[in-house]
Design a protein around this ligand. Structure first.
Ligand SMILES: *Cc1c(COP(=O)(O)O)cnc(C)c1O
Length: 410
């Protein structure tokens, strides 16, 4: 028989390795992969009791699966949440959290700086069902105050945001949201469960893309929704069971194994990201480098209040007029020899993206300008390579991009 975990509180690194592990009767060391869609019953009576809910037994992997359940238990323990449901992707998690809670006539207030597909759900999908989506500038508390002076059903926000690493004063916004009658859903992908605890800061529901740091090795897609037992069982679960955004047991198993090294990876990536932010801020080609734990970040004090680390992403703007900045950004990306041009993040491999022409192309120039995304903006997801090699690669690519003075002479 496998041991149960001690009842004393365990620290994150321990929970990441041990949390949720539920050994089968074979007493395997590593979490077992139950690659099965269905389950069999001893008898018709047991099937009846399972469907009636009087006996605990797996029924079907759209409802639950032992490998997926281990991931859910591990994530809940890490987050300090009562319950978790894993989903096929991060977007399935956001979609399920919103659509399970909302109905026609409801009002959603959201920060403008959202992951592209989250922005599409609030601006385009929800209105089709008669749900009003309203955006505010997440860093401006006065706008939240105004928007939440009338009743709302749900607040959705991302902090730090993608790609400009803007922060939302979560405790203040949560207080306003609750007064307006809204639940607060936080997309905590950029902070990871290790660097920020939204539930302790006033949020009701936390969503993740497990595709990012949790797998962290570019292999599988996954997502998770965490909240109170009551909300998860009564609001979220009927929606997920019947609409079917279930996570594959194989992907759950990959994410479980990824979690075992999450703290080691995130800590190393944060250290490198901080060093790279310092390096970039010294370069003449860089007009502005943003990193939440750099003193030059406009919300540095808030970042220190909400987070225990600055995260694994650094965003910077190359200087120049729009055309010059875009050309410089492309020269920079194309000159990188080590760092990949790719739109994922939180991966062990460092990667850059040019948001204006990729992830944030569809939102249009006006909305990009409002978010501070210029044609010279580069988002760098810092990986696990030696930081000195990364800085060498960045230095050479910045040389290729050219200084503002050299470009002005072009
Ligand atoms: C990647 C990401 C998502 C979506 O996750 P998928 O697993 O790609 O569906 C949502 N929010 C943020 C902040 C992300 O970075």
């Amino acid at each position: 028989m496998s041991k149960t975990l001690p009842t004393r509180p365990l620290r994150p690194a321990t929970l990441l390795v041990r949390g949720g592990t539920n050994r089968s009767n074979h007493d395997e060391t590593s979490e077992a992969l139950f690659l099965t869609s269905g389950f069999v019953y001893d008898s018709a009576e047991q099937a009846e009791a399972t469907f009636a809910g009087t006996q605990q037994h797996y029924q079907y992997s759209r409802f639950g699966n032992p490998t997926v359940a281990m991931l859910e238990a591990r994530l809940a323990a890490l987050e300090g949440a009562e319950a978790c449901r894993a989903t096929a992707t991060g977007m399935a998690a956001v979609h399920a959290a919103l659509l399970s809670h909302l109905k026609t006539g409801d009002r959603v207030v959201s920060s403008r700086a959202l992951f592209g597909s989250c922005h599409w759900i609030v601006s385009t999908l929800l209105p089709r069902y008669g749900i009003i989506g309203e955006f505010v500038d997440g860093a401006d508390l006065a706008q939240w105050e105004k928007a939440l002076s009338t009743p709302a059903a749900l607040v959705l926000l991302e902090t730090p945001s993608n790609p400009m690493l803007e922060l939302v004063d979560l405790p203040a916004v949560a207080a306003l949201a609750h007064k307006a009658g809204a639940i607060v859903v936080v997309d905590n992908v950029f902070a990871t469960p290790l660097l920020q605890k939204p539930l302790q800061l006033g949020a009701d529901v936390v969503v993740y893309s497990c595709t990012k740091h949790m797998d962290g090795q570019g292999r599988v897609l996954g997502g998770a929704v965490l909240g109170s037992k009551k909300w998860v069982e009564e609001v979220l679960q009927p929606f997920t069971r019947n609409t079917g955004p279930a996570l594959s047991p194989f992907n759950a198993w990959v994410v479980l194994k990824g979690l075992e090294t999450l703290q080691l990876r995130v800590n190393a990536m944060c250290r490198s990201a901080a060093a790279i932010a310092d390096f970039l801020s010294e370069r003449v080609e860089v007009a502005r480098a943003l990193y939440p734990f750099s003193v030059s970040h406009p919300q540095h004090a808030l970042a220190k209040k909400l987070m225990t680390g600055g995260g694994t992403v650094v965003t910077f703007n190359l200087a120049g007029s729009p055309e010059a900045a875009k050309a410089a950004a492309f020269r920079f990306c194309n000159a990188l020899q080590l760092i990949d041009v790719s739109n994922n993040l939180g991966d062990s491999k460092s990667m850059v993206t040019h948001p204006a022409t990729t992830t944030h192309m569809r939102i249009g120039a006006e909305e990009r300008a409002r978010l501070g995304i210029t044609d010279g903006t580069i988002r760098l997801s810092v990986g696990l390579e030696d930081v000195a090699d990364l800085i060498d690669d960045l230095a050479e690519a910045l040389d290729a991009a050219g200084s503002p003075a050299a470009r002005a002479a072009e």
